[in-house]
Design a protein around this ligand. Sequence first.
Ligand code: DAH
Length: 320
Amino acid sequence: MQELEKLKSELKQVNLEAAKIRDLPVEERAEFGKKINAKRQKILSDIQEVERHLADAAVDAIDVTAWCGINEGLPEFYSCEAGSEHPLTAEIRRVAGIYRDLGFDVMESKQLDDEFHMFDSLNFAKEHPARDGYDTFRTEEGFIPPAHTSTMQHRVLKMYKPKLDEGKAIAVVVPGRVYRNEDVDATHEHTFYQCEGVYVSKDCTMGNMLAILREFFEKYYEQKLEIRTQPGYFPFTEPSLEFLIEKPKSLGGKKGDYLEMLGCGMIHPNVLKMAGINPEEYHGFAWGGGIDRLVMLRYGLMDVRYFESGNLKFLREFCK
Ligand code: DAH
């Protein structure tokens, strides 16, 4: 760099010198011009040379063969650490697999939805305060990143309605990512996962729903469980329940230690009607609950924020 500065100041000097040509007698001017021009050309080509070197050096500074640092803590001969599924992805597969074994289809939820699927299709009255209970984010255009997987209920009902016409039942679960504008702490994340379940047939009952849910939780936690329900309120189910399980003893639970795992109920007749299903002829039940919470209990995790943190130390704990 210093060399370049030196050459540039030499060039300035030569240019000043060249200006003196006007003060010389005419017969000396040609000789002087030749000399000064040669000097200038030499300096200009030196400048070019130095600049080329500097540009090359700048490229050399990026060593594309250098270690990229992802192997920190591993023996040097590892060229790259093998990746693995994110623990939530693995658990979502497990959840979906259990429901599939019980005869359910699995559908994926949407990442961006609208007012109709978030609220109207689920029997939320216009201006009803229950809409505010969901702390939704909104895009400038008015779209909603879904605050629950129930946004998929209307789509499931419409898409699977032909099954009812064939005399079969609708049985679908929808795992998906959901978003809420919440203050984040150890038990609340703005981005988390839920799994929705929808079942419709001519003769299903709440007893069937409780049996399915018990079966699911016993399979998921690989042990017999006590279950309990308590009244709840959701505009899209009537009656609505909260479903609880007794905290598994193997996971540190004591007798009478119940945990609320999901919301559920019999699908409201208006929800069926909006999807073109006659509530006089068909009944349905639905449920929805957090997957993160399910997984936290299974592995004894105390902080939901780990899941979205990208913390490699945490993720490696789950490498198979
Ligand atoms: N979507 C509700 C929530 O996130 C949970 C829920 C309750 C889902 C009742 C359902 C249901 O399908 O029937 O708070």
